[in-house]
Design a protein. Sequence first.
Length: 375
Amino acid sequence: MTSTVLHVQTFIIIRPPIRRNSARDMDGSETPIADTVSSVSESIPCRESQIKLLLSLFGEKRCMTVPAIFAYGHTATGKSAVINSILKTCKLPHVLVNCVECYSSRFLYEAVLNGLYTNNGRQKPETPVKCENMNDFVRLFRHTCMDLHLQNETVYIVIDKAERLREMDANILPAFLGLQELADGNVCVILLSEIVWEKFRCGTGFQEPFIVQFPDYNKDELLRILVRSAPEGYSAEFYQMYLSLVLSVFHIVCRNLSELQHLAAINFRKYIEPIKNGEATESDSRKLWKNFEPHLKKALQTVYLREVSSTQWERMLEESDAGKMMTQQGLSSRTHVELPYYSKYLLIAAYLASYNPAKSDKKFFSKVSSVMQGH
């Protein structure tokens, strides 16, 4: 009898209770959990199990939830999309920050505090909140929740690219994991990362989060998602057949949903070329594949490179139709390079800084210059 009681107690400690029967609080209009799962799954398919698990962890608005959740998975596996969709569908108070943009602890603290106002239907204060350290952050977080009347509801702080927290102050990660205890309030911190939790452990003394995995999509799931973006004028069956050909070539080397969407979009025009020329119909799959196969092998060489955008690719196809050689200005050309998002801002900043006179650089950045001016 004693061993049975101990077993039940251990089970309760390891597995958090499922408290959620609706997606809204009892004092408002209720949305059953099944309807919430259906609504979110309709926009983000193939993630039903993760949606149900997260909803069970969130609980009611006024119920205490788990202090921290760690959601991990490769790029384009639906982590951010699922969590954002749940928070917006259930109308839960939340704030989303990205550690790429908030590259220092001060920027991270201020982004969370100021984001609580804008994300919950309130204007930012006239003077943006300033915060330098974790002690001030905890104090200001309590004050902000009271100002927004959120002290009785669960506040969700979503931190994307959380692996960058390891490069900041040593107390940031343990403090966010234990923020519910530090702030003495109902707050849940959700960390989104592309690496496993084991790589975050740097010692002892911090609370373990509840871990949610977002595995890679398999081939059938990718096909189910990609077919939703079928172009107008073509049946879903025809586009599904095209996607099956694309996946048969690219799935071995690429399982990134965003990259596959890009590849499917820029290569579809070449696939339907015989149909537009009146040389084949939608049912002539063999003829379409024979015309499409050489082109697809060339595209295989540029997976992840994004050397051309969709617009540039269409322009190159038009030039090819006019008689220009694709081999000289095709996929392997380096004349058109698609830079990463933040690299564009860095390039623009460098260009603008190049117009600064040399004297101003010496004035602001040279220690020798400042010493000479002091004398």
